[in-house]
Design a protein around this ligand. Structure first.
Ligand code: CU1
Ligand code: CU1
Length: 276
């Protein structure tokens, strides 16, 4: 059974196992395939010619759940002891404490380019060139702290108090729905705000270039699981044949070929992993 742990509680051996598996996927080119997949998805999600599947849409949560499961599977082909840790940004708010330490993700960016200079993902190590880009910086960048603070418990509570999963118009304007509050478009500013707080590549469609992406989304995913427990009678919506949104039993691009992945298949995470 795969158990995802709080990054703040990882042992030195668990940290290095995670880091080493990530670096090996990068070396093999697999990591950048994941970055490309996310960039393509994000750009298509912003293009009205496509049905949104990953962002500003109900399937934001199941889409990223499947994306993390696929990435975790790859990590475990390198080291079967590894799982994706989660970063509880409500509690672990310091830009100079874990996960921003040299034994895990390295620290914030420095200088006019906000280049990350320490830890396993610093450019000088030669192990972490940014090759899937939006801008032309070949190195990992972070502007930890940004303009707005990380979300607080009261923000999370606002999402947890929502009683419906999602509602028309099924996008960034859906009023007071769990998905839209957690995604960060309504009321409290949660998931999106964390991307902005980290800054650099994390604030771009190529956000998985920063390995904190996985830790951030594992926590977002955990909050979804927590909300499901609190609201067992509130189903995934929409569940019909809604245009411009992925319904419960429709497959989510790019996993919409044979054996495609639907939100219905993603509602229960426990066959895949649990949270500690
Ligand atoms: Cu995303
Ligand atoms: Cu995200």
């Amino acid at each position: 059974m795969i158990v995802r742990k709080n990054q703040a509680n990882l042992s030195a051996a668990e940290k290095s196992a995670f880091v080493n598996a990530v670096l090996e996927l990068k070396r093999r080119g697999v990591y950048d395939e994941f970055v490309t997949l996310h960039r393509t998805r994000f750009i298509q999600d912003m293009n009205p010619a496509y049905v949104r599947t990953g962002h500003n849409t109900p399937s934001f949560l199941p889409w990223h759940r499947q994306y993390l499961i696929a990435f975790e599977r790859e990590l475990r082909t390198i080291d079967a002891s590894v799982s994706i840790p989660y970063w509880n940004w409500v509690i672990d708010r310091s830009p100079t404490a874990s996960p921003w330490t040299p034994d895990l993700l390295g620290g914030g960016g420095l200088g006019t380019n906000f280049q990350v200079l320490d830890g396993p993902f610093a450019y000088a190590t030669g192990n972490w060139p940014i090759t899937v880009q939006i801008d032309t910086h070949p190195f990992l960048r972070r502007t930890l702290g940004g303009t707005y603070p990380l979300p607080r418990q009261s923000d999370v509570d606002q999402a947890m108090a929502a009683t419906v999963y999602d509602a028309p118009p099924w996008n960034e304007n859906s009023p007071n729905t769990f998905r839209n509050i957690l995604e960060g478009n309504w009321g409290a500013f949660l998931h999106n705000q964390v991307h902005t707080w980290v800054g650099g590549q994390m604030a771009q469609p190529v956000s998985p270039n920063d390995p904190v992406f996985w830790l951030h989304h594992a926590f977002v995913d955990k909050l979804w699981a927590d909300w499901q427990q609190l609201h067992p009678a509130s189903p995934y919506l929409p569940n019909g044949t809604t245009p411009d949104a992925v319904d419960l039993n429709e497959a989510m691009a790019p996993w919409d070929g044979p054996g495609g992945v639907t939100p219905a298949q993603m509602l229960d995470h426990t066959p895949y992993y649990t949270y500690l």
